[in-house]
Design a binder for this molecule. Structure first.
Ligand code: SF4
Length: 260
């Protein structure tokens, strides 16, 4: 799974929160206009794609988050669609999205469409940042921390879990990547950040000195995963599943050996 993609996705997920809060209904209408047009003078966005998995559903074909239930842009009032996330980015930085940027003078169809939408919304709406460009609300910390009781393992595990969440946020915010650890691009982007993060390097050093069971398991899992990737027989979920399976087997065998 591509780690870069995880970032964007997780940021939206965290903005959704545990109570599944939805973005302001007016902002959602603006997003719908940005993605789907108005059926008259504003056509659908060039990035919109029909779902191949479910008739009548649409997803954004430009953000890289794919065609799945959690990324479909339309749904019933009861459903929680992608457009309901309080924080949400758009590759074209259209009105209603958290990374909205005003139109430029560029002479292309997409920009012309953006200019028309901005004009249609009017000055009052465009100047209302809460509606037009909902930012992530300031929280106690800009990065969600894993609740203490959920952190299992040693300090190094906890630190790495924290960094992981931060990097996921970073990729979502800076590169507009939804978290998807099965996606090669996401993985490459995430690994680049992960491997150069001094906190990860320090946590690794600490882990080597005194590995907890979780650290040991992760180490075995990563070795097996690397081997399976190199063998090139499996990929995606199958590869991960196999890696978990072999990890459990090895831990069991190691424990048996130790007991003898
Ligand atoms: S590029 Fe933006 S406006 Fe277009 S479909 Fe994707 S999210 Fe919607």
């Amino acid at each position: 799974m591509n780690l870069g993609m995880i970032s964007k996705y997780v940021k939206a997920k965290w903005s959704k929160g545990l109570t599944e809060k939805k973005v302001d209904v007016t902002t959602k209408d603006i997003r719908l206009l940005s993605c789907f047009g108005n059926g008259q003078d504003i056509p659908v966005c060039g990035g919109l794609r029909p779902s191949e998995r479910k008739m009548g559903k649409f997803f954004c074909g430009e953000c890289g988050c794919g065609d799945k239930m959690s990324t479909w842009l339309n749904g019933t009032d009861e459903e929680y669609t992608k457009l309901d996330h309080p924080y949400l980015s758009c590759p074209r930085k259209m009105p209603g999205f958290s990374d909205f940027e005003p139109a430029t003078d560029d002479d292309n169809v997409g920009m012309e469409r953006k200019r028309t939408i901005i004009e249609m919304l009017g000055k009052e709406v465009i100047e209302n940042k809460d509606l037009i460009k909902p930012e992530k609300k300031p929280e106690p910390k800009s990065t969600p921390e894993m609740p203490k009781e959920e952190v299992k393992g040693c300090r190094s595990c906890a630190e790495k879990a924290k960094v992981r969440n931060e990097l996921i946020e970073k990729l979502r915010e800076e590169k507009g990547l939804e978290p998807d650890f099965k996606n090669a691009r996401y993985m490459t982007e995430f690994n680049k950040l992960w491997e150069s993060d001094p906190r990860v390097i320090a946590a690794e050093e600490e882990r080597k000195k005194e590995p907890c069971p979780k650290c040991k398991r992760n180490e075995i899992f990563n070795k097996i995963k690397t081997r399976l990737v190199a063998e090139g027989q499996l990929e995606g979920e199958e590869l991960i599943k196999k890696a978990h399976e072999l990890t459990s087997k090895q831990i069991y065998e190691d424990a048996q050996r130790e007991a003898e």
